[in-house]
Design a protein around this ligand. Structure first.
Ligand code: ADP
Ligand code: ZN
Ligand code: MG
Length: 477
């Protein structure tokens, strides 16, 4: 039987507020365990949580960017469960009245862009972190509450995702948007972006949803893709063997590249949700939402469209440049400095992105937009060839020097003086009688070799067009 997968993602994004969601403790990552705690986030009796305004604003920003409706009335609920990293034995979350309702994310696929529905975005607090000693003689566990109470938004997709690749594209776009908004650093290693996947399969062409399996413990986008591929194959095999899929939660084992069962899936009623009596409902008026909307930056999808129109860039280029806000800004600066857009794009997508470690810190690169524009103009006005330009580029990256100074001091100026080139051409013709004979007997390829020899002798500085013309002229005489 032919099956098709159905995928939905639940993504937790840690908001980059200075303080926690319901108290004024700091949220710095990697500090001394339990140094950023207070009675509120430790869940001591008698304390009262107060909502962090900044967290609310960032959640609304995120919702607006994901095209979600924003609820003017939302509230917080207690999600009850016991775990050592959760001192209150409940997590404050949003159940039936989340801050953001339905929206969508546009993803890039081979064909036309596709919309993946967002079911909701809600605010909640993070839990702490358990740490287990790996000393088998002394098996102790510790708990660090620094993360307890750090604000999260959970973004729940509709089951609209059709392939592991689409899931990957969804995450890329989601991350790109969150970073544009500056609501999170989305650092997966530090846990500020976490993703759980839900996947089921169904006979191709049918519409009812199959039983889904949830996979957790995915610590990279690659793991998301791999685990989905694995899980889809596993479910197909089960169904083909006449077995049933049981709704459950599985964990991804990155070392063995497989999922294993963790527990049968819990239901909402297991959590005994009820409204948190310590927190007033959140009422936001329209003007507050408009104010947040007005302060939003241009988002990747809009930027991509503008880049295609304004700079006549291929969609691919626009996508690469706009994936990271800082790259897009860098590109626009280079163009403002007078460079041709497609040429600027080629240099950035090729040499520059390969030459720097962190695309987000392109602004600190030694090759400033002004200097890259200058380098491009040196090629445009035939001062240097494209090939020499790559050398100059590498030099600029290392020395931080101005391209004109590099060209000058290293004597890299292109030779356009015909008589100077002519003497090199003559000596190449003289030294390579076999190739000359080949060319004259109709082997066009020999010309390439001879051009190469002239370029080599001139250390790449001869103007290739003049070299070509001179050679052809002399050889066909
Ligand atoms: P639960 O109550 O089990 O958490 P939800 O309805 O809240 O389930 O959905 C959780 C996630 O699972 C969402 O991203 C949703 O799109 C996805 N999902 C729901 N049903 C299915 C299904 N049958 N197959 C794949 N994904 C699904
Ligand atoms: Zn606190
Ligand atoms: Mg759910």
């Amino acid at each position: 039987m032919h099956y098709e997968p159905v995928i939905g993602l639940e993504v937790h994004v840690q908001l980059n507020t200075a303080t926690k969601i319901f108290c004024s403790c700091a949220t710095v990552f990697g500090e001394e365990p339990n140094s950023q705690t207070c009675p509120v986030c430790l869940g001591l009796p008698g304390v009262l949580p107060v909502l962090n305004r900044e967290a609310l604003i960032k959640a609304i920003r995120a919702g607006l960017a994901l095209n979600c409706s924003i609820s003017q009335y939302s509230k917080f609920d207690r999600k009850n469960y016991f775990y050592p990293d959760l001192p209150k034995a409940y997590q404050i979350s949003q159940y039936d009245k989340p801050i953001c309702g339905k929206g969508y994310i546009e993803i890039d696929t081979d064909g036309a862009p596709r919309r993946i529905g967002v079911n909701r975005v809600h605010l909640e607090e993070d839990a702490g972190k358990n740490m287990h000693s790996d000393d088998s003689a002394n098996r102790v566990s510790f708990v660090d509450f620094n993360r307890c109470g750090v604000p999260l938004i959970e973004i729940v997709s509709e089951p609209d995702i059709a392939t592991p690749e689409e899931a990957y594209q969804y995450l890329l776009k989601l991350k790109s948007i969150m970073k544009y908004l500056d609501v999170s650093d989305c650092n997966m290693e530090e846990g500020s972006l976490r993703c759980d996947v839900n996947v089921s399969i169904r006979p191709k062409g049918t519409t009812t949803l199959g039983e889904k399996v949830e996979v957790k413990n995915l610590n990279s986008f690659k793991a998301v893709k791999l685990s989905l591929e694995h899980e889809i194959a596993r479910q197909k095999e089960l169904l083909d063997d006449g077995e049933r899929i049981h709704q459950e939660t599985r964990l991804w084992d990155a070392d063995r590249n497989e999922t294993f069962s963790m527990r049968s899936k819990e239901e909402a009623h297991d959590y005994r949700y009820f409204p948190d009596p310590d927190l007033a409902p959140v009422i936001v008026d329209g003007s507050f939402i408009v104010e947040i909307k007005d302060a939003m930056p241009e988002l990747p999808d809009v930027k991509i469209r503008r880049f295609i129109e304004e700079y006549a860039l291929p969609r691919y280029d626009a996508g690469v440049l706009c994936a990271v806000r800082q790259i897009a800004e860098y590109f626009e600066s280079v163009v403002r400095e007078g460079a041709h857009a497609k040429k600027a794009s080629n240099w950035i997508m090729g040499e520059l992105l390969a030459g720097i470690e962190d695309p987000e810190r392109i602004g600190e690169c030694r090759i400033t937009p002004t200097r890259l524009a200058k380098l491009i103009s040196l090629i445009d006005n035939a001062t240097i060839s494209g090939k020499i330009a790559k050398m100059v580029f590498a030099d600029m990256l290392e020395s931080g020097e101005d391209p004109e100074r590099i060209v000058e001091s290293r004597g890299l100026k292109q030779v356009t003086d015909v008589s100077a080139i002519e003497s090199v051409v003559d000596s190449v013709i003289e030294k390579n009688p076999a190739s000359v004979a080949d060319y004259r007997s109709g082997k066009e390829k020999a010309l390439g070799f001879l051009v190469g020899q002239v370029m080599k002798l001139s250390q790449g500085k001869a103007n290739p067009q003049i070299v070509n013309e001179l050679l052809v002229k002399k050889l066909t005489r």
